[in-house]
Design a protein around this ligand. Structure first.
Ligand SMILES: Nc1ncnc2c1ncn2[C@@H]1O[C@H](COP(=O)(O)OP(=O)(O)OP(=O)(O)O)[C@@H](O)[C@H]1O
Ligand SMILES: [Mg+2]
Length: 585
């Protein structure tokens, strides 16, 4: 599909407006050329009758010329109104469809595409699309119509002078073609890449400033940004050098028509009896010829506009190409909440090794299973297969005996609470933040959840209590405090299944103690899959799985695993050492 037809698909209900706008714009361009001919008539009258007052026709011509010029402007205005109506519809639909797509995308999609990237692609696309459809396409119609009409005109009035006009213009066009040819296009690509690289480095630089300051690495980190600027500069210099002569020649040629047309006119005058007519035509040609150079320039910008629009539509397509999770065929209610992994494997789309490799285990309803193991072992990935961040590559994940793929997404989400390593709070009141767990909850229920999640002391400290807005007016919470608010949200949701990825960062012992307490309350009577980074949290759980290289290396309770003297024992000893080290420092 071409870029245009892709864009047209977004113009639901207003598709006809685009050709209408192009037609009107072409008509406006045509009308805009007619005054030139009328001026020719006026000058002819003037030459033949000697003075302006001598011919009444001159006035009529003048009125017509004015009327047509105004008419052309009005038509252009209507054309732009039509194109804007179409463009706004397309823009709205692009945003709407993108948002709908985002909502139905697998949650894992947002791991790979940061919210910043998604926003940029959609926003850029909407704005480029707007300029392209609303302004550049109608201009394209004029850019095509005007030189063609001009060429016809100059041949109708005097083909010999017409030929003299066209020679330098054709040469200029050939030159332009050469410049925009293979080398030019390749350069444009490199130029765009280099620009993007510079922008990325600039963003990285600004983002990294706090780290840079702490580690005092100013010069080192500036190097990448600096290099990208130097590369950009070299690129532009090369470009300027490459185009220096052809561009000068082009400018000379495009403006050189008088060098051709004047000698031709002189020759013609010498061989003609109607000198006045030739001089008259000369006037017309002087008026009309600049249209060609303008059109060439405009077509250059338009070529670039087309390319930009294509790139932006392609990027959007790419972003939106992710397949939505296949929806469940029939809706059924979840009744049992035990979780079972059956010979489950999963690989990330681009990875060449399995992140989860043929894993089988069961969490009986109401029990807690903890995953521990080395970093990168696959714990987070396993946990995320339960709420269908991604679908498994092989095997099954079952809840209450039903494959999660067969459970309606809403039903699945309703029954699972997940608390992840870096769950974010929204920039709104604490009350709103907690109520994300359950919008229908009463204030009393929220307060109960706050108490259960050990957050009362945080709330009491804040100026407006539960109504304090996070992130505004300096109201920021520590990492541990944020975790507790998130736990309050999960407690309020009261889902029968809890999937929990413990924060890796150590908080202070007081906070740690409160979080543990809140977790304990949250987990009561629930089926829990938790990823533990602090081994103290797993001593009492029903079963511990040691995950290594996507597989279960060891399995059992804390005491059983300690007796096995394997990986877990080593981990436990190291953990003891680190705790001693922390306490004893
Ligand atoms: N979005 C992703 N795309 C591709 N590969 C990924 C992605 N997320 C994780 N991986 C890879 O999958 C493997 C398992 O990662 P995972 O995050 O599940 O480990 P983990 O056990 O949770 O580690 P940690 O203890 O550090 O949190 C790693 O090799 C990792 O590089
Ligand atoms: Mg992890």
């Amino acid at each position: 599909m071409t870029t245009l037809s892709k864009l047209k698909a977004y113009m639901t209900g207003r598709k006809a407006l685009l050709p209408l706008s192009l037609g009107l714009s072409a008509l406006s361009a045509l009308m805009g050329m007619l005054p030139y001919i009328l001026v020719w008539f006026i000058i002819r009258e003037f030459i033949y009758h000697g003075e302006i007052g001598a011919s009444t026709k001159i006035q009529t011509y003048a009125w017509w010329a004015t009327g047509l010029a105004i008419g052309s402007i009005i038509l252009y205005f209507v054309a732009l109104t039509a194109s804007h109506l179409a463009a706004f519809r397309a823009e709205t639909n692009i945003r709407r469809q993108a948002m709908r797509k985002m909502v139905n995308s697998p949650l894992g999609f947002f791991d790979k595409n940061s919210s910043g990237r998604i926003r940029r692609i959609i926003d850029d696309n909407a704005s480029i699309t707007h300029t392209f459809l609303a302004h550049q396409l109608p201009d394209l119609a004029a850019t095509i119509v005007m030189p063609i009409t001009a060429a016809v005109l100059i041949f109708i009035f005097d083909w010999r002078l017409g030929l003299a006009c066209l020679i330098p213009i054709c040469l200029a066009m050939i030159l332009m073609n050469f410049m925009m040819g293979h080398k030019g296009r390749k350069f444009m690509q490199m130029y765009m890449n280099s620009l993007e690289e510079m922008n990325t480095e600039a963003v990285e630089y600004v983002r990294g400033i706090p780290v840079v300051k702490v580690f005092q690495q100013t010069v080192f980190s500036f190097k990448n940004f600096h290099n990208s600027i130097v590369r950009y500069k070299e690129m532009v210099m090369d470009f300027t050098n490459l185009w220096q002569y052809p561009m000068s020649l082009y400018t000379v040629l495009i403006n050189a028509f008088s060098f051709f047309i004047v000698p031709t006119a002189i020759i013609l005058i010498n061989h003609s009896d109607n000198i006045a007519l030739i001089i008259l035509n000369l006037f017309l040609y002087v008026l009309i010829t600049p249209i060609f150079s303008q059109s060439i320039m405009r077509s250059m910008y338009l070529t670039q506009a087309f390319r930009q629009a294509k790139e932006s539509v392609d990027r959007l397509d790419d972003l939106l190409s992710v397949a939505p999770l296949p929806a469940a065929k029939k809706s059924l209610q979840m009744i049992d909440f035990d979780i079972e992994f059956r010979k489950t494997s999963f690989s990330y789309p681009e990875a060449n090794k399995k992140a989860v490799d043929n894993i089988s285990f069961t969490i009986p309803q109401g029990k807690t299973v903890a995953l521990v193991g080395t970093s990168g072992g696959g714990k987070t990935t396993i946990a995320r297969l339960v709420p269908r961040f991604w679908d498994v590559t092989d095997g099954e994940v079952r809840i209450g005996g039903i494959n999660v793929k067969e459970i309606d997404n809403k039903e699945l989400m309703k029954n699972i609470s997940f608390v992840f390593q870096n769950t974010k709070l929204f920039k709104t009141s604490l009350l709103e933040n907690i109520k994300y767990g359950n919008h229908e909850a009463s204030l009393k229920e929220v307060n109960r959840a706050v108490d259960m999640a050990q957050c009362r002391e945080i709330i009491n400290r804040l100026p407006d209590g539960l109504h304090t807005k996070i992130g505004t007016e300096g109201t920021y919470l520590s990492g541990g405090e944020q975790q507790r608010i998130v736990l309050a949200r999960a407690i309020l949701k009261d889902a029968p299944i809890i999937v929990l990825d413990e924060a890796t960062a150590f908080t202070d012992p007081e906070n740690e103690h409160l979080i543990q307490k809140a977790l304990g309350i949250l987990a009561q009577g629930k089926t829990v899959l938790m990823i533990a980074h602090r081994l103290t949290s797993v001593q009492d759980v029903d079963s511990i799985l040691v995950i290594n290289n996507g597989q279960i290396a060891e399995q059992g309770t804390h005491d059983e695993l300690i007796n096995q003297q394997g990986i877990y024992t080593n981990m436990w000893n190291e953990y003891q050492q680190s705790v001693k080290w922390t306490v004893g420092k």
